[in-house]
Design a protein around this ligand. Sequence first.
Ligand code: GTB
Length: 215
Amino acid sequence: MIPTITAFERSPDRGQGLARDMRVRWALEEVGQPCDVRLLSFEAMKQPAHLARHPFGQIPTYEEDGLVLFESGAILLHIAERHPGLLPDDAAARARAIAWMFAALNTVEPPIFERTMAIVIESEKPWHAERLAMLEDRIRVRLDQLSAWLGEADWLDGAFSAGDLLMVTVLRRLGSSHMLDAYPALSAYVARGEARPAYRRAFDAQRAVFTAAST
Ligand code: GTB
């Protein structure tokens, strides 16, 4: 059965692929699994039909054979465990790749997400500049550490994995900030992810949704 995922009917990122359905689309493309996409307005996301799928009324969700999942990390792990290509076969390498999935979501994404929120909803506050500087310092600590870990390697731990997929989607959110410009290894890492054919297909699919909604 073809899984169904949910995505924004009209993404606020205007087709830049920054919303979290992008990581699910990319993972499905990596493993060659087609999907149906149910597009939702912000209003529909808060209606009972969607709240039954997602307790917080958000996207993405994933439905397959009666299974309904929310949380992009859990969805990725589910996909990666059921299809070859996103997690190594070796048990120790697999555990490390899963650790990188958690690191992307729990350690690197939070300050990056907070920075976006500070810009979107706190820019009028008198303490905005101070908070933004603090968040950017926190982000730089993580970028320094991540860059040191990556060194000259292509991927975080051997072959490309779901950990890299999530980390690239998280780092992409810094695009407009130009913070990655000071980290050539990380910029090249993101570019490597974006150059993958599966990424391109997923990016084009989400962009087509925005283009169709705008015409
Ligand atoms: N922890 C959850 C997960 O990983 O799945 C978080 C899900 C989440 O934040 N979903 C967002 C959502 O549904 C969309 S991705 N928001 C609507 C709501 O909460 O009512 C976050 C997002 C939104 C917009 C941009 N953008 O415009 O650049 C980027 C990312």
